[in-house]
Design a protein around this ligand. Structure first.
Ligand code: NAD
Length: 386
């Protein structure tokens, strides 16, 4: 019978947790033993009692929680030293962030852990229920608008009162992926006048279907600017120049801007220059969802609110984590759907991993002391040696 362990997150600022009472119950029903460290769900408002009731064993301290565990689930990448005591070759599934802190990744690899990076989940229909980027970005898009509205010193909807009319706020969403679409929908619900831009042509229809206005240079290059995986491509210098001019004019009249533009594997593109920030009215608010990857705005500082010439630029890098109850519930479901694939349905509670499955292959980063993911081995030329 396998044991699944969920320790308290190493990063104390992280409120999310990788298990919910709902998924604890589901894992138990599959025949697995579930151990959760006392207090692990506190930031997400899941109590130890909730976990106990769901069939999990609540343990005090990381060492007892992890002792002999076959699978360790976390939100962020833990340090190798924190996982001592887990079974040899134990599975670690988390948002591994495999392209940063290569030393930390190498220590986990050398410890012989089987590492799965949830954010490398292939974007195929079958894996939608396991897609952590989508489940978290959706909440981040919502929270970005809520934070902007709370910080903005004016109302969002138009209000006609006996004392006069308050105009609706103008909200501009830059980057219409999962986060951007939710930001558009949220800003519309709050009564803003919403516009949006993206370099992928398929987003135009999506923006319009949410009753927002699409703003972009729609030339020949724009028509081709999408990879087969549905991601944005790096645009040419000429396109960027034309688009920047159009956007610079538009930005001047906006009250709130939410930026979400990312290109996988690259630093975030700069879409709002310092001069563009300075062209906005004092009191305007920018929320930069790309802050963790360098930011879409020249003024952004990760995890700070910068006040630049009267414009607030907010760079919270973990907005989904601010809605820890929802984001943990969805993340835990993503993990359950993923781990469920690995559990033998005949011999209840045993592992049966199909290493050739696209979902397993796509997310497997290290096994048997070696890095195995092509995106990482291509970088180093070979797998890591023990
Ligand atoms: P993302 O987080 O990689 O990027 C956010 C948005 O920024 C994207 O829409 C991108 O086109 C845009 N962008 C990049 N550079 C830009 C620039 N210079 N100017 C303006 N916008 C720019 O994107 P995402 O949220 O991960 O979504 C990417 C696509 O994948 C979407 O079409 C989404 O619907 C799709 N998706 C598919 C699945 C699935 O099939 N399983 C799951 C989730 C998302």
């Amino acid at each position: 019978m396998i044991t699944i362990a969920v320790p308290v997150e190493g990063d104390r600022g992280e409120k999310r947790v990788a298990l919910s009472p709902e998924t604890a119950k589901k894992f138990t029903a599959l025949g697995a033993k579930v151990r959760v460290q006392a207090g692990a769900g506190a930031g997400a408002n899941f109590s130890d009692a909730d976990f106990k009731q769901a069939g999990a064993k609540v343990e005090k301290g990381t060492a007892v929680t992890l002792k002999g565990a076959d699978i360790v689930l976390t939100v962020r990448r833990p340090a190798a030293s924190a996982l001592k005591g887990a079974a040899k070759g134990a599975i670690l599934a988390c948002i591994l962030d495999p392209f940063s802190d290569t030393g930390g990744l190498s220590a986990l690899t050398k410890a012989g852990l089987t590492l799965f990076s949830m954010e490398l989940m292939p974007r195929i229909t079958r894996a939608q229920s396991m897609d952590v980027l989508s489940s978290q970005a959706n909440l981040a898009g919502y929270k970005a608008v809520i934070d902007a509205a709370a910080h903005f010193g004016r109302a969002l909807p138009m209000m006609m009162t006996a004392a006069g009319t308050i105009p609706a706020a103008r909200v501009f969403i830059m980057g219409v992926g999962v986060a951007g679409l939710q930001a558009i929908a949220t800003a519309k619900r709050l009564g803003g006048v919403v516009t949006a831009t993206d370099v992928r042509p398929s987003t135009k229809e999506q923006v319009e279907s949410l009753a927002a206005k699409f703003v972009a240079v729609e030339d020949e290059e724009f028509k081709e600017a999408e990879t087969s995986a549905g991601y944005a491509k790096e645009m040419s210098a000429a396109y960027k120049k034309k688009q920047a001019k159009l956007i610079a004019e538009h930005v001047q009249s906006q009250d709130i801007i939410i930026t979400t533009a990312l290109i996988p594997g690259r630093p975030a593109p700069e879409l709002i220059s310092k001069a563009m920030v300075e062209s906005m009215k004092p009191g305007s608010v920018i929320v930069d969802l790309a802050a963790e990857r360098g930011g879409n705005c020249a003024v952004t500082k990760a995890d700070e609110i910068v006040l630049h010439k009267g414009v607030s630029v907010m760079g919270n890098t973990n907005l989904a984590g601010e809605l820890a109850n929802n984001s943990s519930s969805l993340y835990a479901r993503n993990l359950f759907a993923f781990i469920d694939l690995m559990i033998d349905k005949e011999k209840k509670g045993e592992l049966a991993i199909d290493w050739e499955d696209d979902v397993i292959k796509g997310t497997l980063v290290a096994r048997g002391g070696k890095l195995v993911h092509p995106m990482l081995t291509a970088k180093t030329g070979k797998g890591e040696k023990k």
